[in-house]
Design a protein around this ligand. Structure first.
Ligand code: SAJ
Length: 444
């Protein structure tokens, strides 16, 4: 099908759309295009999720404003249909790919999910269809991996199919809001392809859609998150300096940001999630064979990966200050998700902090109101614990009765990795309070 025929189908919402991967990105994307009037087929390999989605519910646990209602609407109107069967993509004029693209412990991208999706898609791809990779990928992946995977059986891009890269900018807790209101780069395999992509996304995105080539789209996405990672690492390194200097990073940061053109990010217990810890390594992977020595981006990762272990060290020191060996202590870790008010635990800093605490010999119990495995009663968990370590700024913790926590704990020690509390409130409740980036109170 020539591109202008495809354009007409987009403009009349008669194009059939396929979305491969119904996770944090694919599910809201599929629902939004269904809401825009398209018939959408969602491919999801997890059968249990297929059933939940077809019943009009969301398998995503955390607070996602509007998503449940939207899914109920598009499922009942049958505009969105989930399946595990790739054959159901054979009539699709447009296929969006939203599968995970993690990096392994050696910081190498693991493209198995992407390669499997491309292989299955190549077997059913309709002639003249547009394929758009929305997953975050290393610069050069479109040309080096995606294109060859689809140019099989004599098929040629810009003749037999069209190919684009349009990275998403979602964030758990704001999936729909971000998809609708944040600008996007539209990486087309040709300017004409970018034009059709812009017409498609303009139906669901109320923000700039900037047509670029593939490598620019790949760079914008990975660079914007590497930028954030470096900014957070700077805040974390200054936090460590403040601890050594007996200063308070939270005061220093506030005053630094009074200076024009400063925007010091938040120091904390670490950097988790599906984007920030991974995308700097995807960016670096793009230039792996160039001989260009990257120093700042890897160093920022090292600083941020240091912080969860530092939380364990702050806990050890706080216990030692009252004569308690961490090797015989029982510690409550508050917060397992990587982000406040979310159930998303991917690359959670808490996992690293818990491992460090256990390596020090501590017994560890975990609480998280959003994570099913850990959402038992906080105060019951706190009973018999010698310290509580806050790793995530869940709203529930911000409104916590500290006096009740102090009464539940065996030793009154609170270590705060996200400035959820203040030393005044903690000490008023009778707790010895340690805050990341600030010298331990009661010892200066
Ligand atoms: N974090 C800090 N200090 C900060 C900000 C974040 O320690 O100043 C930590 C968080 O606690 C979390 C991790 O970093 O563990 C990531 O936090 P995030 O706010 O960056 O949340 P993400 O991972 O969902 O980031 C996404 C990204 N968006 C996309 O990839 C599309 C990121 O680029 C956005 O800036 C962020 O959402 C957002 O603010 O929307």
């Amino acid at each position: 099908m020539p591109l202008n025929d495809l354009l007409k189908k987009v403009q009349t919402s008669t194009a059939r759309i396929g979305v491969i991967g119904l996770g944090y990105v694919g599910l809201p994307v599929a629902a939004m295009f269904a809401e825009a009037g398209f018939s959408v087929t969602g491919i999801e390999i997890r059968e249990d999720r297929v059933a939940v989605i077809n019943s009009g519910k969301s398998p995503i646990e955390g607070d996602e404003p509007g998503l449940n209602d939207l899914l109920a609407r598009v499922a009942s109107s049958r505009k969105l249909h989930a399946t595990s069967n790739y054959q159901e993509l054979q009539d699709c004029d447009i296929v969006l790919i939203d599968v995970e693209t993690p990096v392994d412990e050696h910081h190498i991208p693991r493209y198995q999910a992407l390669q499997a999706a491309l292989k299955s898609l190549a077997g059913v791809l309709k002639s003249g269809a547009l394929v758009v990779v929305e997953s975050t990928i290393a610069p050069g992946t479109m040309r080096g991996l995606v294109l060859p995977a689809l140019e099989t059986g004599g098929r040629k891009v810009n003749r037999d199919f069209y190919l684009g890269n349009c990275p998403e900018r979602v964030m758990p807790g704001r999936l729909l809001q971000n998809l609708r209101t944040l600008s996007r780069v539209v990486g087309g395999g040709s300017p004409e392809t970018a034009d059709v992509m812009k017409a498609l996304y303009a139906l669901v995105v109320q923000a700039d859609l900037d047509a670029v080539d593939w490598v620019t789209a790949e760079l914008v996405k990975t660079v914007e998150n590497a930028y954030r990672d470096v900014q957070i690492a700077f805040a974390n390194e200054v936090a460590l300096i403040c601890e050594q200097m007996g200063a308070d990073i939270w005061q220093v940061r506030g005053l630094v940001n009074k200076s024009p053109f400063r925007n010091m990010h938040l120091p904390g217990a670490g950097v988790g999630g599906h984007c920030i810890p991974k995308d700097p390594w995807l960016l670096a992977y793009g230039v792996r064979d160039s001989g260009l020595p990257l120093r700042l981006i890897p160093a920022a990762r090292e600083v941020n990966e240091w912080m969860p272990g530092h939380m364990a060290e702050l806990t050890r020191a706080a216990l030692a200050a009252v004569g308690k060996e961490i090797s015989s202590a029982r510690v409550l870790v508050m917060g397992y998700a990587y982000l406040e008010n979310s159930d998303d635990t991917r690359n959670s800093p808490s996992e690293t902090a818990i491992r460090s605490l256990k390596e020090m010999g501590a017994q560890v119990v975990v609480h998280d109101p959003y994570v099913a495995e850990y959402n038992s009663d906080l105060f019951e968990l706190a009973a018999g614990c010698d310290a509580a370590v806050v790793m995530v700024k869940h709203d529930l913790y911000s409104s916590l009765d500290l006096g009740k926590l102090k009464s539940a704990l065996r030793l009154p020690i609170l270590v705060d990795g996200r400035a959820v509390f203040t030393s005044e409130a903690a000490e008023k409740a009778g707790l010895r309070y340690s805050l990341v980036g600030k010298a331990v109170s009661g010892t200066e």
